[in-house]
Design a protein. Structure first.
Length: 340
């Protein structure tokens, strides 16, 4: 039974976790940089890299202490090698391969989106392939056909903005803090009703492609119209706009997965990534009786070390000892090696 140290540093969270084949997740530490980047309205790559350097070693020490193990008990280290911010990825990669070399144990590079896909396994649900995965985050909106773990086929993608990006950009238009999805969801709960008929781009296309840039433009046009005779939007209008945005984005995602299920004949669906924490999205999927839908626990929807640790545990049989700095800022999930 192996013990895996997982390291995530692809963007603005420093995540460290320890996963045991025997006992499951035995330590999970995360430091979010959101307060650091909020004043800029988005992630500043150089600041992100510097903060990862500051946080990563203390978090590893805390995780080892929480797991009640010695560092020599660790059998392998998994780390995010892409996609993500180049400098941020290099921090996690550098630390992982250095510790791996020092302890003479394997280091296992993990695709960030495979980590999200497998994060659902951190719940109590037993999910067996084949299934469809909807990976929705700030940078990705992808529909993946999973024949088996490690064997992925991209069957749907966004042509422009991802769903999470659309949430963040429209939230910024409304004067809401970064990251925007959380604040739009909170404000939407205060709305009286969905009063703005925003577009659902490509909702009725007969393929699995998505597009959210048109929605973003429509929101900007609507805001400009609403503020023509006033300088700012009142809170009631912001709430109604937030609900309208949330309804539009989630309608598209649900519709595309229903079509994907019809095309593939697969009734099991995994929803993961940061946007999977949206409760309206979950509620809409839960109402579809013909689909069995799985989600990661809410605390594992955003970037975290636990998803990298469990992915490393699954890929442990590959036992890679490559101590090179191996990062891929642009990295397709379909380029992964299959798991034997």
């Amino acid at each position: 039974m192996a013990i895996i140290l997982g390291i995530e540093s692809s963007c603005d969270e420093t995540g460290v976790a320890i996963y045991s084949h025997e006992n499951g997740l035995i330590a999970n530490k995360i430091y979010t940089q959101i307060p650091l980047h909020q004043e800029y309205g988005g992630v500043v790559p150089e600041l992100a890299s510097r903060d990862h350097i500051k946080r990563i070693i203390p978090l590893i020490d805390e995780a080892i202490k929480e797991a009640n193990i010695n560092k020599t008990d660790i059998n392998a280290i998994s780390y995010t090698n892409g996609p993500g911010l180049n400098g941020a990825l290099l921090v996690g990669s550098g630390v992982a391969v250095s510790i791996g070399y020092a302890l003479n144990i394997p280091v296992i590079p993990i695709h960030h989106m495979e980590g999200h896909l497998l994060s659902t396994l951190l719940s109590d649900d037993n999910i067996e392939a084949p299934f469809i995965a909807l990976l929705v985050s700030g940078g990705h909106s992808q529909i993946i056909k999973v024949t088996q773990i490690g064997e992925y086929e991209l069957i749907g993608d966004t042509l422009d903005d991802a769903a999470g990006e659309a949430f963040d950009k429209t939230a910024k238009m409304l004067g809401l803090p970064y990251p925007g999805g959380k604040y739009i969801a909170e404000l939407a709960l205060k709305a009286k009703h969905d009063i703005y008929n925003l577009p659902r781009p490509m909702l009725h296309s007969k393929d699995l492609q998505m597009s959210f840039s048109g929605l973003k433009t429509a929101v900007l046009t609507l805001i400009n119209t609403l503020t023509k005779n006033q300088t700012i939007l009142d809170e009631a209008t912001k709430a109604n706009l937030s609900l309208s945005i949330e309804e539009a984005i989630t309608d598209v995602l649900v519709s595309k997965i229903e079509l994907a299920s019809k095309i593939t004949g697969i009734k099991k669906v995994v929803i993961s990534g940061g946007v999977s924490s949206n409760l309206k999205l979950r509620n809409k999927f839960d109402k579809i009786s013909q689909l069995k839908t799985y989600y990661p626990p809410l605390k594992f929807c955003t970037d975290n070390g636990a998803m990298i640790a469990i992915a490393g545990a699954i890929r442990y049989n590959l036992r890679k000892y490559d101590y090179k700095f191996n990062v891929k800022p642009r990295f397709k999930l379909t380029e992964l090696d299959k798991i034997p």
